[in-house]
Design a protein around this ligand. Structure first.
Ligand code: FBP
Length: 259
């Protein structure tokens, strides 16, 4: 049985703050504020995010329960090259004891190691559902066989994989147009779709436009990191995002929240 994501939704939509970059990329993504997990805890709660994504170490030392937490159960660094594999480093049981309200897991379909991740995820999904925890999968097609990981075909394939393997929600990259993303949302069926933010966009307006488009396409929301905490004013950026995602504001109206 699927597990609903209700804890993470407002008006049936959700905005999640991702902060697992310390392991995935190292502190190079951070500035003097965002390097401090306490800054992110305060931001997530002040800005009213629906959820916060953490790895175990940050959850143990900083999580204070102010907003629902999604605990990532696997992770990898970018120090190893070649086809990626991300193995489990934390258990569902630990997630429960750290008061997580959902668990997250990344899969790299297309990697020669994809079967390891599928298998590991299969066990996690069963265990999480037994505990009534929804599972959110980051589905990022990668590896030498993947030429363009944001092409329409690849993104919709990623979305469908999420549905097939039993994810309650999938986190996928933006495919660049409303129509192509609408197809991805359709392919995900009853699995909810969150767009993954990606590196800092050329401008705040560009990023807000992308978010407006994925919402037009039927996404549930976004799970975003860098485009919030690397922005000039993370609180204002979060506000603008909430206006689009939760309140369905137009791009023009939401932009006013940036000033
Ligand atoms: P961003 O919004 O900053 O892109 O965060 C989304 C995310 O999936 C993080 O959860 C994760 O740490 C990172 O992107 C992984 O990035 P990469 O594309 O390099 O694997």
């Amino acid at each position: 049985m699927a597990v609903a994501l209700n804890e993470f939704l407002t008006n049936n939509r959700g905005i999640l703050l991702a902060y697992d970059h310390g392991i995935e990329h190292g502190p190079t993504d951070f500035n003097e504020f965002s390097v401090d997990p306490q800054f992110i805890m305060d931001l997530a709660s002040k800005a009213g995010f629906n959820g916060l994504v953490l790895q175990k170490g940050l959850a143990e030392k900083y999580y204070d329960g102010r907003i629902p937490m999604i605990l990532k159960l696997n992770g990898k660094t970018n120090l190893v090259h070649g086809d990626p594999v991300s193995r489990q480093i934390c258990s569902v049981e630990e997630a429960v004891s750290l008061h997580a309200k959902a668990v997250g897991y990344t899969i790299y379909p297309g990697s020669i190691h994809e079967s390891i991740m599928f298998r590991e995820f299969g066990k996690i999904q069963v265990e999480a559902h037994k505990r009534d925890l929804p599972v959110i999968t980051w589905i990022y097609p990668r590896g030498k066989n993947i030429k363009d990981d944001t092409s329409s075909d690849v993104v919709s394939y990623a979305a469908r994989i999420g549905l097939e393997i039993g994810s309650d929600a999938v986190k996928i990259k933006y495919s660049g147009t409303v129509d192509s993303f609408r197809w991805a949302v359709k392919a995900a069926g009853r699995a909810r779709v969150f767009m993954s933010g990606g590196p800092l966009a050329n401008s705040e307006k560009d990023f807000l436009r992308q978010v407006r488009e994925v919402m037009e396409a039927g996404a549930t929301g976004v799970a975003v990191g860098r485009n919030v905490w690397q922005s000039k004013n993370p609180l204002k950026m979060s506000e603008a995002l909430k206006r689009i995602i939760i309140d369905d504001w137009s791009l023009t109206d939401a932009e006013k929240a940036l000033v």
